[in-house]
Design a protein around this ligand. Structure first.
Ligand code: NAD
Length: 482
């Protein structure tokens, strides 16, 4: 049975004033409707902002430990629903089951982490050079935050914005992506159950260009935290900037793994395959370029192809390791890049098509794809594909590899596989990326350390996750008291 979800505004579950709804469908079986949601208007968004603005004093004045207890109860509520939410996530977004289970667990852990952090929000005391002076900082909540999230981590990314916002004492209006809003509604339900005051968090579904835009441009919104594509993020920056709103943008990637001549080849294949084909390549941190030393190149490509061909593609709920893409248009976008790669002269080593067989039905499946003989200037080596496609680029040495790795507009995550410590250190120092991995895949991050990108991957202003995640939602005041 599809779930029907209303908006959550000022502590009430309500229909949109439009009276219209939209549906989400199972990417592995698109005839199956997963959920029905409100197709909200700008007026619905405005009402949510009014509720959040009215709740700012009450929530800001709720003591940090009490805010933390509400987050802790939310974590507990989500934990009790782990299996249900995992299944819902697979059904709506298409991830393989272990990946979806890991993501739900990450959301639970994020709430647990910020439940603790809420106790520490408040400020710090410093020593002073004047004997009669008390010198300290006071952290105040930013006010109303707009939280706008993508479909590809439909519970973890909402969690990593909602939990620090509420821990910091900010109130929020939240718009999930239209392709997968069901699972994040569970966060809202659990916060409601946990005793969150009315208006402190509001959930409104609907088109990004309507609801997201209304949030980002509303004069009572003080801060906009967006994760999604670079194209939409850059338009939001323009829309929100004239008001002087605080803005945090985490956007696309074109993440490289450099395979040095000093690499363990098997490890390099593990690292690249995991990063390229995990979550069907639909991660902002997915590995989409393997920049490989010429001495290892042919063998690396052969082994990567073998690995790609061994991946069992199919519906996540039936135990397959690689699920479909989230929608027909995302899948078609990947296939267009496969065409572009071939037209530009790269060699399609494996994949590149839609798998055939009963289990694929009309699902949005695509084969794990490897290109070789890729020139760094080709579109498949420059643009974000957001599907399970990896471009193998040969290089002559470390300097050449580093230059290729940096020569894209993005700078989110990057890796090197090498047994040479000097090379590893130089890579960490010289790569233009917000996350750098040595002998590990570009995907997968820990929740208690900062996360964010450089260049067109990020606004570079504030980091998410860990303690840094709180900074965006707080404003610091420095007090000199004599
Ligand atoms: P998207 O940019 O299409 O949408 C993101 C969100 O913005 C959605 O909620 C959408 O409805 C909303 N939106 C769309 N148009 C809007 C507008 N005009 N005004 C306000 N909001 C609007 O991205 P997507 O397709 O949902 O997600 C995939 C993208 O997200 C990829 O580019 C991926 O790299 C990126 N991503 C980045 C990170 C990161 O942390 N850097 C993490 C995950 C995904």
């Amino acid at each position: 049975m599809p779930t029907t979800v209303q908006n959550y505004v000022d502590g009430e579950w309500v229909d949109s004033e439009t009276g219209e709804t939209f549906e989400t469908t199972n990417p592995a079986a698109p005839n199956e409707v997963v959920g029905r949601f409100q197709r909200s208007s700008a007026a619905d968004a405005d009402r949510a902002v009014e509720a959040a603005a009215a709740a700012t004093d009450e929530w800001a004045n709720t003591p940090g430990p009490k805010r933390g207890r509400i987050l802790e109860r939310t974590a507990r509520g989500l934990r009790e629903r782990r299996e249900e939410l995992t299944e819902m996530l697979v059904r709506e977004e298409g991830k393989a089951e272990p990946e979806a289970g890991g993501e739900v667990q990450r959301a639970i852990d994020i709430f647990g982490y910020f439940a603790g952090k809420a106790r520490d929000v408040g400020g710090t005391v410093s020593g002073s050079s004047a004997p009669d002076r008390r010198l300290y900082t006071v952290e105040e909540p930013v006010g109303v935050a707009a939280l706008i999230t993508p479909w590809n981590y439909p519970i973890a990314i909402p969690a990593w914005k909602i939990a620090p916002a509420l821990a910091a004492g900010a109130t929020a209006v939240f718009k999930p992506a239209t392709l997968a809003p069901a699972v994040s509604a569970a966060i809202v339900e659990e916060l409601d159950e946990a005793g969150l005051p009315d208006g402190a968090l509001n959930y409104v579904t609907g088109p990004g260009s309507v609801v997201g835009d209304a949030f980002a441009t509303h004069p009572d919104v003080d801060a906009v935290s967006f994760t999604g594509s670079t194209m939409v993020g850059e338009s939001l920056r323009e829309a929100a900037a004239p008001d002087g709103k605080r803005i945090q943008l985490e956007m696309g990637g074109k993440n490289p793994v450099v395979v040095s001549e000093h690499a363990d080849l098997e490890r390099a294949v593990d690292v690249v395959a995991g990063g390229a084909f995990g979550v069907t390549g639909q991660a902002c941190t997915a590995t989409s370029r393997a920049i490989v030393h010429e001495s290892l190149y042919d063998e690396f490509v052969d082994r990567l192809v073998e690995r790609a061909e061994s991946i069992e593609v199919g519906p996540g709920l039936e135990g397959y390791r690689m699920g479909p893409q989230v929608s027909e248009s995302e899948r078609d976008g990947t296939l267009d890049y496969v065409d572009a790669g071939q037209r530009e002269g790269a060699t399609l080593e494996t994949g590149g098509g839609v798998p055939e067989g009963d289990r694929f039905a009309d699902g949005h499946f695509v084969e794990p794809t490897v290109f070789s003989d890729v020139d760094p200037e080709m579109r498949i080596a420059q643009e974000e594909i957001f599907g399970p496609v990896v471009a193998a680029i040969p290089t002559t040495g470390f300097d050449d590899a580093l230059e290729i790795a940096n020569d894209v507009r993005y700078g989110l995550s990057a890796g090197i596989v090498t047994d040479d410590l000097t090379e590893a250190n130089r890579f960490v120092d010289e790569i233009e990326a917000g996350v750098v991995k040595v002998n590990e895949g570009t995907t997968g991050v820990e929740l208690h350390v900062p996360f964010g990108g450089m260049k067109a991957s990020s606004s570079e202003t504030f980091r998410e996750q860990g303690e840094a995640g709180l900074d965006f939602f707080t404003i610091s005041k420095t007090a000199y008291v004599n």
